[in-house]
Design a protein around this ligand. Structure first.
Ligand code: NAP
Length: 311
């Protein structure tokens, strides 16, 4: 990443977000010899950097760590001239046929914009969640599992992330309790099979967490069985919350119409209702939310951004 100094202010394409969608878009626009800037607020790679092993990205039959995959994508895009800056996008304005991208590091001007700012972990919004974040409550098992050796932990959620995280935690914790609000997992079958076969993983079905309690660190959670209303407590040392993703689109509300979940509606060219503004990856309505589909969206958006600019 650049140190945010000497960064030009005008580009043909500005890409917001450095996950698989943004990095692939940057690879394609740079190879099309379009002067391109990628804006990323943190580490490049996006959500995937927290995946210990990505084993469904074609071309890596043994799997690859999410961090390494992100680094390789970045390296490849930079090889063709993609510039990048560490900044957070705060808005987009239309200005005389051009787009002004407002960021925490100043404004940038572009002919076309590709929005690929992805999503962040959704919170449960229950008492104790905020207080104990970093003190036993975590949103990233890959980052924090090693702190929970030989102690009981809980994972809340029933999707791919929850089950992937439960499997990872089982390597460290004494027991992993998966707490799911229904009696069927949403996660893909292969992950379910692995989790059901792992002796350290147990399931609490039709159950929600109502409260997280402790002293300096988490000690227990209060649970409610949704069918019977029965209440109980579970002693844990760590609580991992994996209840889905929230799109990073708050900064776009004034310029784009979003669906009720905050996702951006595009056409098949990944173009939004505003000509020259494209969206790619998790942030897009109807996205399959996989690294490979995000990369595909990024390539499509870049190809049509190039056409938009040349026309
Ligand atoms: P997700 O698929 O949206 O699943 C969220 C889970 O949390 C669901 O089981 C949901 O329950 C539960 N949930 C939501 N709100 C809740 C609440 N307030 N209280 C309790 N439980 C709640 O999210 P994800 O697992 O983070 O996955 C996001 C996307 O990334 C998915 O498209 C997924 O396929 C993809 N992904 C893929 C992989 C992989 O391919 N290996 C790995 C990780 C993520 P319900 O089931 O009842 O709705």
């Amino acid at each position: 990443m650049n140190m945010n100094m000497n960064v030009n202010k005008e580009y043909e394409v500005v890409i917001i977000g450095g996950g698989p969608a943004g990095l692939t878009a940057g690879l394609y626009t740079s190879r099309a010899r379009l002067n391109s800037l990628l804006i990323e607020k943190g580490l490049v790679g996006g959500q995937i950097v927290t995946a210990e092993l990505v084993d469904n990205y074609p071309g890596f039959p043994e799997g690859i760590s999410g961090f390494e995959l992100g680094q390789l994508m970045h390296q490849q895009a930079r090889k063709y001239g993609l510039k990048d800056v560490i900044a957070e996008a705060t808005g987009i304005e239309l200005r005389e046929g051009q787009k002004k991208i407002k960021t925490t590091e100043g404004n940038f001007i572009a002919k076309a914009v590709i929005i690929a700012s992805g999503s962040e972990r959704r919170k449960l919004g229950i008492p104790g969640e905020e207080k104990f974040t970093g003190k036993g409550v975590s949103y990233c098992a890959t980052c924090d599992a090693a702190f929970f050796r030989e102690v009981p932990v809980a994972v809340v959620g029933g999707g791919d992330t929850a089950i992937t995280e439960a499997l990872h935690l089982a390597k460290f914790a004494s027991k992993v309790m998966v707490i799911h609000r229904r009696d069927q997992l949403r996660a893909t079958r292969i992950l379910q099979e692995k989790a059901f076969a792992e002796p350290k993983i147990e399931f609490l079905w039709n159950t929600v967490v109502e409260d997280i309690e402790g002293g300096d660190i988490v000690q227990r959670i209060r649970l409610r069985q949704v069918k019977t209303g029965e209440k109980s407590t579970l002693d844990i040392s760590g609580g991992f919350i994996s209840v889905g993703l929230k799109p990073n689109t708050d900064y776009l509300k004034s310029i784009l119409s979003l669906d009720i979940t905050g996702l951006i509606i595009t056409d098949g060219k990944m173009e939004t209702e505003i000509p020259g503004i494209f969206a790619a990856g998790d942030i897009r309505h109807n996205s399959a939310r996989q690294a490979i589909t995000a990369a595909g969206d990024g390539a499509t958006a870049a190809i049509y951004a190039e056409k938009f600019i040349s026309e």
